[in-house]
Ligand binder design. Structure first.
Ligand SMILES: *Cc1c(COP(=O)(O)O)cnc(C)c1O
Length: 363
C-alpha cells in the first residue's frame, strides 16, 4: 500500500490479534483510552533519511534509550480524532485534514519535522481499516485515534533532535454520558499558556503544566479547570483540554479569540461555522471572569459549554472561583447548547447532510 507521498507502508497483521469474543468483551465497557486495538502505525524520521520505514503492525511496547530526548526535554506533540460508525457498516472521520494541518503547525512550534499531511491521513486510514472490527457499532460509540510524535535521539544535549518516531494508536470509546452539566473551577493561581509560549500547539508539555490546576479544581469539588490569561489573570482562555463558549440572553454566542495562547480546536471552529450558518450572532471576543460572574448573576448569560473531540459538547452548569460561585441559567444543558451539539453529532454520524464536506469515509 503506497501513500500519496510515495512512502510505502509495510503491513504486518498481528498474529496474536484478539479473538472476536475477547474483543466484544473489552468493547462492552470501553473506558476512555484504556482498551488497545490490535495494531498501530509507526513511521521513523531522521535528518539523514527523512520519513522512512512506515509500517502498520502489532500494537506493542516501544524500546527507547534512557537518554531519548523526549524523556528529558519533552519534544512531543499529539492529535486526537474519532472514527464514527456509519449506517452502511463503514466508518467515517470528522475533518482529519484539519488535524493533519494542526499537527504540522504543532511540529513547527516545537522545532520538529513536519509530517506531510498525506502521510498523516494515510496513517489513520490504514489503522482504521486494519482495526475495522474495533469501530464500535453501538449508539454513541467511536474509535478514538491518537497520532503522536516524539524526539528519539539518544543524546542529552539540548537542541532539536535529529530522530523522531511518529505513531498512531487507537482505542474504542463508548458514549460519553455528559447529560449532567459540569461544574468548573477558574484557577486564579495557575495559568496554562503565555504569549509567545506553546498554548496553540498540541503538545504534551501543556498538559503536564495543567495537571496541578486540574488537581486544584478537584479539591474544590469541580470537574474541570478553566484558565485565565497569563498576563493579567483576568480574561477567560480555555479549559485544560477543551475550548469554551458563552450564550447570552439575546441569543448571541461568544468564545475567546485565538491569539497564540488558546488551542485552535476543530470542534470550536466547526461550531462557530454551524452557529453562523444558523443565523446566530457570533463573537470571538475577550471575556473576563468578572463579566462571567456578573452576567451569570444578572441572567444576561443563559448558557455555557465546553467543546472538544473527546466529549463533543459539554454543558457547564456552574462556575466556582476563590471569590465565589454562580449558577449559569438553569444549571443544566440549555437550548442553544443542545441544538449545536445535536447539529454537530448528526453530521459526524452521517445523519445530516454534510454540506461542508467535513466527513471523510474510510471504508
Ligand atoms: C485538543 C484540545 C482542544 C480541543 O480541540 P478539538 O480539535 O476540538 O478536539 C482544546 N483545548 C486543548 C488544550 C486541546 O488540547
Amino acid at each position: 500500500m503506497t501513500s500519496a507521498d510515495g512512502l510505502t507502508f509495510t503491513v504486518r497483521h498481528n498474529p496474536e490479534a484478539l479473538s472476536a469474543e475477547r474483543r466484544a468483551e473489552l468493547m462492552a465497557q470501553p473506558v476512555f483510552g484504556r482498551v488497545a486495538t490490535d495494531h498501530m502505525v509507526m513511521i521513523r524520521y531522521s535528518d539523514e533519511k527523512g520519513w522512512h520505514d512506515a509500517e502498520v503492525s502489532a500494537r506493542r511496547p516501544l524500546q527507547i534509550d534512557p537518554a531519548a530526548s523526549v524523556l528529558h526535554y519533552a519534544q512531543e506533540i499529539f492529535e486526537g480524532l474519532k472514527a464514527f460508525p456509519t449506517a452502511d457498516g463503514g466508518a467515517a472521520i470528522f475533518r482529519p485534514d484539519a488535524n493533519a494541518r494542526r499537527f504540522r503547525k504543532s511540529a513547527e512550534r516545537m522545532a520538529m519535522p513536519q509530517l506531510p499531511e498525506e502521510l498523516f491521513l494515510a496513517s489513520i486510514d490504514h489503522l482504521v481499516k486494519i482495526d475495522r472490527e474495533w469501530v464500535p457499532r453501538t449508539e454513541g460509540g467511536s474509535l478514538y485515534l491518537r497520532p503522536f510524535m516524539f524526539a528519539n535521539d539518544a543524546f542529552l544535549g539540548v537542541r532539536p533532535a535529529s530522530e523522531y518516531l511518529f505513531l498512531t494508536i487507537a482505542s474504542p470509546v463508548g458514549p460519553y454520558f455528559s447529560n449532567g452539566a459540569v461544574t468548573v473551577w477558574v484557577s486564579e493561581t495557575w495559568t496554562r499558556a503565555a504569549s509567545g509560549g506553546t498554548g496553540a500547539a498540541k503538545c504534551g508539555g501543556n498538559y503536564a503544566a495543567s495537571l496541578i490546576a486540574q488537581a486544584e479544581a478537584k479539591q474544590h469539588n469541580c470537574d474541570q479547570v478553566v484558565f485565565l490569561d497569563a498576563a493579567e489573570h483576568r480574561f477567560v482562555e480555555e479549559m485544560g483540554g477543551m475550548n469554551i463558549f458563552f450564550v447570552f440572553k439575546d441569543g448571541s454566542i461568544a468564545t475567546p479569540p485565538l491569539g497564540g495562547t488558546i488551542l485552535p480546536g476543530i470542534t470550536r471552529d466547526s461550531l462557530l461555522t454551524l452557529a453562523r450558518e444558523r443565523g446566530l450572532t457570533v463573537r470571538e471576543t475577550l471575556y473576563s471572569l468578572d463579566e462571567w460572574l456578573a452576567d451569570a448573576e444578572s441572567g444576561n448569560l443563559v448558557e455555557c459549554f465546553a467543546c472538544g473531540t473527546a466529549a463533543a459538547v459539554s454543558p457547564i452548569g456552574k462556575v466556582k472561583t476563590a471569590r465565589g460561585e454562580a449558577t449559569i441559567g438553569s444549571g443544566s444543558a440549555g437550548q442553544v447548547t443542545t441544538m449545536l451539539k445535536n447539529t454537530l453529532l448528526d453530521i459526524q454520524r452521517g445523519r445530516a447532510n454534510d454540506t461542508h464536506k467535513w466527513v471523510h469515509q474510510v471504508f
